[in-house]
Design a binder for this molecule. Structure first.
Ligand SMILES: [Zn+2]
Length: 160
């Protein structure tokens, strides 16, 4: 079983997210699944891998529509994001057999959002002894499992 990974590189990511061109979610939608690390596409929502994961298989679920306003999500978007999260749990269970999951929305920079103008839910698989999101030993470089390989596995394991 793959071990959960620490994520010191997230700190750098949060600092540089603003410097990237355009919206990472909209860009992911425009490219191929491999380019955008998209795991599953729905009608009003889609699922992609976090390039800077807290753990192997860290997914993000976003509405297709570009909006930074949580309260402005349409019913269809809310429903599909929820259903896609359930699908992600199904795929993660099959591939990684995590012991639990953390799901959540970070709204605003202070809450930890690296991208604030396209709302998204995080789905993070959890194992006993993982970091509970606390960054550790920032100078230790831990390479994530190859993201393309993870994407392929989860896409193939998508339920339904
Ligand atoms: Zn966007």
């Amino acid at each position: 079983m793959p071990r959960p990974l620490w994520a010191p590189w997230r700190l750098e990511y949060v600092g540089t997210a603003d410097e990237q061109e355009g919206c990472i979610f909209c860009r992911a939608l425009e490219g191929t699944d491999e380019e955008g690390l998209v795991v599953h596409r729905g009608r009003a929502g889609f699922v992609l891998l976090n390039k800077f994961p807290y753990a192997s298989g860290h997914l993000m679920i976003a509405p297709v529509r570009h909006t930074g306003e949580f309260g402005d999500l349409e019913d269809e978007e809310v429903l599909e994001v929820h259903r896609l999260a359930a699908g992600g749990i199904g795929a993660l269970a099959q591939v990684y057999e995590p012991q639990g999951y953390t799901l959540g929305w970070n709204l605003g920079r202070i809450a930890g959002a690296g991208v604030t103008d396209h709302v998204h839910m995080h789905l993070v698989p959890r194992w006993a002894g993982d970091t509970n999101f606390m960054p550790v030993l920032a100078d230790v470089k831990v390479l994530p499992e190859h993201l393309l390989e993870t994407r392929g596995k989860l896409a193939a394991a998508w339920p339904g």
